[in-house]
Write a new protein. Structure first.
Length: 304
């Protein structure tokens, strides 16, 4: 920490310590109302849930949309699925892009995020729908259905386009296979999936070990994937490239080469003095398509 930030941080920390909790709550609520009124931002606490606070919410949302249009064929009339939609980072710019024939469906395990999106987005755009995913994860341990068995609550071939932003970084292989299969099921033939993954391969592992290297950041090696912490594996998972390719093939999804480093979670955004975002240097976007001639395999299961 620089001496300047030490000087600035200490009075702020001090003020926080001496301000009683009820007063802090009132101030926080006022700040949240103001940031929504002025900049259309969700509450800071909800933004913090989906990404580190330095990560610019609106800019990265716009980047994602731009990338989908330019590189993955998204069109204004598309029916879009947002898997693990968070607090509307994509839905907000998409609500200005999709036309009346298009639609958006997003789901997430965290109720507060879904509630915020419903109250601020669906009320203005009824063709934007958000659902709570009742699936058991580290963050929703009381749910009954495991990630490996969760059936997306949509009919077969309902969507033209799907996005899975920073969710395969929190799902172990059984769940990742299931989420890919479910996505394949709900995409129409020719529909596209864009997903972000933390990826490593033989070459990445051979690079000199630094603080940002795969071996340093994801210490626990499970063969085709590595985790940061074996006690809470879902906190951060990196996959070996070959495993990703195998899972896509098994789900009947064709990867449109190459794996792309230049999308949404852009490494260029990471301030050089921040260690918390360094893992994003290994974050790649995979664009895939459900081929036009696929017959649904036996794993296909529709919601009842
Ligand atoms: C890093 S955030 C990304 C959110 C959003 N895609 C974005 O880019 O802003 C990961 C999100 O996944 C959600 N999540 C975690 N496990 C999930 C699961 N198994 N199914 C659906 N959502 C999940 C979390 O609640 C969180 O909102």
């Amino acid at each position: 920490m620089s001496s300047l930030s030490r000087t600035i941080a200490s009075p702020v920390t001090l003020a926080r310590r001496v301000t009683p909790q009820p007063v802090r709550n009132v101030l926080r609520a006022a700040y949240d109302r103001l940031s929504y009124a002025v900049a259309g931002l969700p509450p800071r606490r909800l933004r913090g849930w989906i990404s580190p606070t330095w990560f610019d919410f609106h800019d990265t949302g716009r980047d994602q949309l731009e990338f989908f249009v330019e590189m993955a064929g998204l069109r204004p009339s598309h029916r879009v699925l947002d898997i693990a939609c968070g607090v509307g980072r994509l839905a907000i710019p998409l609500s200005r892009y999709l036309n009346g024939r298009g639609s958006y469906d997003g789901f997430d395990i965290k109720e507060e995020l879904v509630d915020w999106c419903r109250s601020k987005i669906s009320t203005r755009r009824p063709n934007f729908q958000f659902q709570l995913a009742r699936v058991a994860t580290r963050w929703s341990p009381n749910e009954q259905i495991s990630v490996d068995r969760y059936c997306f609550p949509y009919q077969d071939e309902r969507f033209d386009f799907a996005y899975a932003g920073s969710i395969f970084t929190h799902i172990l292989p059984g769940g990742a296979c299931n989420y890919l299969e479910q996505t394949s099921r709900v995409l129409r033939p020719g529909g596209r999936l864009v997903a972000t993954w933390l990826v490593y391969n033989k070459r990445t592992l051979e690079l000199t070990q630094t603080t940002g290297s795969v071996e340093h950041s994801w210490k626990f090696d499970h063969g085709e994937y590595r985790v940061k912490d074996d006690d809470q594996p879902e906190a951060s998972i990196a996959y070996e490239e070959g495993a990703i390719r195998r899972m896509y093939a098994e789900a009947g999804l064709q990867i449109l080469e190459p794996f792309r480093p230049d999308a949404s979670y852009n490494a260029a955004r990471i301030p050089s003095n921040r260690s918390e975002g360094i893992h994003l240097h290994h974050c790649l976007c995979v664009i895939a398509m459900r081929p036009n001639d696929t017959r649904r395999a036996s794993h296909s299961s529709q919601p009842t």
